[in-house]
Design a protein around this ligand. Structure first.
Ligand code: FMN
Ligand code: SF4
Length: 678
């Protein structure tokens, strides 16, 4: 048996967890009608196949009607949930993976204009900044009602054959009772610590009475709100001791911080560029103080950090939650001695940011996650070996090369630059975003294993491609910034890429005009501000940086606000004119015909990219499909069989930004879903 600390079993009461790795509760927003149907189940089963010891399903599964999900969560108040949870649990159990669920009432962390239009409810009228509802102050009958709902939901989960459940108490109703910042009730539920904890202990007692001792019960809670007037560390340790002494729970799952603003949430769940495992030592302090089973997750972003957490006895179970979205087979690869094959989580937080915008959680660079019904995590071999030529070694080209290699094809990649990476290499120039290069490095390692041939420093023409006598050609050449958008003065501006790459020296008084709303604008602003320039970011949109989602915006704002960057919304740059050694910007509005003028010494434009597609159009007449993609086949996972030009010598496809400017996930998904059937 391996002596890897991560692979040792852990006995949690009567339950033996087969190793120390779990995924903490995380709602990927996959439910349909509030129920965990096929997409949901297959997502968890894939992790079970990958060897995970414990999967904590759901995330904030709602127990009451007046806790409408803020993103598409499981509705634990529905009786119909039982057969779906049962099937999920049964199938995970077949692989020896324990299955639990997180239940909650969101309290004020929701909105009244969702679902049944019931008022949000909380132990005070204080509004949560992130979701903006002014809650109703909870009444005695609400308390009775919600406690009953918790018990009923727990009984449903027991009936479904789960191994246990945990209650969420950070930012939700339970800890809204605990925190003096959100509890203005009188006795018996407000005032002293004992009173503030009363609601939770009553819930736990009532659940325990119904589910019995052979059902794991835990709490995921903030043991230090890190905010003046909130739950202090001393109080958090006291709560931890009381939880243990109550005999009601079987483990503690530790959170440090608050989640009521985007910034606070990002400190609890850090993203790329932020400190690794910032709350691990604190979780270790709770374990030391209680000598009780302790779980923790929070950017323990690689296996080495997780191993350290177990080896040093800081915690008993580590959550690698986002890392399992990137790589569902972590344990399996560890057991097979293939640690270097583990696809790394790069902390891009595309997964989490998407759910707060109403989307499904997808991993920026594993397009099979959440699509287990149609996309393979392990790509099967093709029946027939083909010769595949790929032009471009950015994320789309490399994913195409990797998948074609896994299919057993002979693969040749042309790349004009001396290194792979394309736009990702540019992004990774920002110190805060340097982890992005993991997307490229991992693929290069896989391509090496699969004997993919690379021709760097080769600006391939159509002849270079046809000389290889390919069966399939993939154009993944990406795009170049499009800045020619002004009625006058296009020659006076530089692109956001020019600034990020260092090709243009940052000015001292700079306008960054952003009509794409994506990261390069703020990344360029960051470079200029760091060099001492004054920056104004201007957009014609209602809000700046609309494509940078909530948690990804936090590090930008922390950097830019401190450097005095200003943000101007609803104005559009129309023209630029040289005035002495300055540039005059003529600025108009989409709302009317008025204009205004202002002087800068540099104007930077961020307006997306235009495809680099010459080679595609050169090759098109020689191809058998004339570049055509059968969308039905693509979407439903069938082979591409278009033959509009029967004498054509090869199939031709283009993917990623070489088609139209999108994002990294789109580029990688383009490649995976096409190549898996080639
Ligand atoms: C898509 C997504 C949804 C999440 N939803 C919840 C949730 O509902 N409840 C919860 O306690 N934590 C939730 N989390 C937080 C995770 O449980 C975990 O604490 C966090 O991702 C940090 O761990 P990691 O760095 O290993 O990913 C969510 C995380 C993700 C990525
Ligand atoms: S999107 Fe980023 S943070 Fe989320 S799982 Fe993928 S790599 Fe990790």
């Amino acid at each position: 048996m391996s002596n890897d600390p991560l692979l040792q079993p852990f006995k949690l009461k009567h339950l033996t967890l087969k190793n120390r790795l779990m995924t903490t509760s995380h709602e990927p927003a996959y439910p349909e009608d509030g129920l965990p149907k096929d997409r949901y189940r297959l997502y968890h089963v894939e992790r079970a196949k990958g060897g995970l010891a414990l999967t904590m399903t759901a995330g904030s599964a709602a127990v009451s009607l007046d806790s409408p999900p803020v993103f598409n969560n499981i509705l634990a108040w529905k009786d119909e949930v039982v057969p779906y949870m049962k099937r999920l649990a049964d199938e995970c159990h077949e692989y020896g993976t324990a299955v639990m669920i997180q239940l909650t009432h969101l309290g004020r962390r929701t909105r009244w204009d969702k679902a049944d239009w019931l008022p949000a409810v909380s132990p005070s009228h204080e509004r949560e900044p992130a979701h903006r509802a002014f809650p109703k102050k909870i009444e005695d009958w609400d308390i009775v009602r919600i406690q009953k709902d918790f018990v009923a939901a727990a009984e449903r989960m027991k009936a479904a054959g789960l191994d246990g459940l945990e209650i969420e108490a950070y930012g939700h109703l339970n800890d809204q009772f605990w925190s003096p910042l959100t509890n203005t009730l009188d006795v018996p539920y407000g005032g002293s610590l004992e009173n503030r904890l009363r609601f939770t202990f009553e819930v736990l007692t009532k659940i325990r009475e119904k589910v019995g001792p052979a059902f794991i019960l835990g709490l995921r809670y903030t043991a230090d709100e890190v905010q003046t007037g909130g739950i202090s560390k001393a109080e958090g340790l006291e709560i931890s001791r009381r939880l243990k002494d109550s005999g009601l729970v079987d483990y503690l799952n530790i959170i440090r911080g608050r989640i009521d603003t985007d910034a606070a949430l990002t400190d609890v769940i850090p993203i790329q560029g932020m400190k690794s495992a910032p709350h691990l030592d604190f979780a270790g302090e709770v374990r030391a103080a209680t000598q009780f089973p302790t779980f923790h997750a929070g950017r323990l972003s690689d296996v080495a950090t997780a191993r350290h957490a177990i080896a040093t006895g800081k915690v008993d179970m580590v959550g690698l939650t986002r890392p399992h979205m990137t790589e569902p087979h972590i344990v399996k690869k560890l057991m097979e001695g293939r640690e270097e094959d583990i696809r790394p989580c790069v902390g891009a937080n595309y997964c989490l940011d998407r759910i707060y915008q109403g989307g499904l959680a997808f991993c920026i660079h594993n397009a099979a996650t959440g699509r287990e019904e149609t996309m393979p995590h392990i790509v099967p071999k093709a029946d027939k070996k083909k010769r595949v030529v790929i032009v471009g070694a950015g994320p789309a080209g490399l994913e195409a090369a990797r998948v074609a290699g896994e299919r057993g094809h002979e693969v040749i990649v042309f790349e004009a630059a001396d290194k792979p990476g394309g736009q990702i290499r540019l992004t990774a120039q920002s110190p805060r975003r340097k982890e992005m290069i993991g997307i490229i490095d991992w693929r290069m390692k896989q391509c090496e294993r699969l004997d993919v041939q690379f021709r760097f420093n080769t600006l391939a023409g159509a002849d270079d491609v046809t000389a290889e006598k390919p069966d399939v050609v993939i154009i993944a050449t990406g795009g170049l910034p499009h800045t020619e958008i002004l009625k006058e003065g296009n020659d006076l501006v530089v692109s956001s890429w020019d600034i990020i790459s260092g090709d243009a020296k940052p000015g001292t008084n700079v306008l960054v005009f952003d009509d794409a709303g994506d990261p390069p604008a703020l990344q360029a602003a960051d470079v200029i501000a760091a060099a001492g320039g004054t920056v104004e970011v201007m957009t014609p949109d209602r809000a700046f940086a609309p494509e940078i989602m909530a948690m990804n915006l936090v590090p930008y704002m922390r950097s830019l606000q401190q450097k005095g960057t200003t943000f101007t919304v609803t104005w559009r740059l129309i023209a630029a004119r040289r005035v002495g050694n300055q540039i005059e910007a003529e600025v108009g509005s989409d709302y009317g015909a008025w204009t205004t003028r202002k002087l800068y010494d540099q104007i930077v434009i961020n307006n997306g990219t235009r495809p680099l597609d010459e080679i595609y159009f050169e090759l098109k007449p020689q191809s058998s499909n004339l570049g055509e993609v059968d969308h039905q086949a693509l979407v439903h996972g069938r082979k591409q069989a278009v033959t509009t030009h029967s004498s054509g010598a090869f199939q031709l496809f283009r993917i990623g930004d070489a088609v139209a400017a999108r994002n990294t996930h789109a580029a990688i998904y383009d490649a995976l879903r096409l190549m898996k059937d080639i």
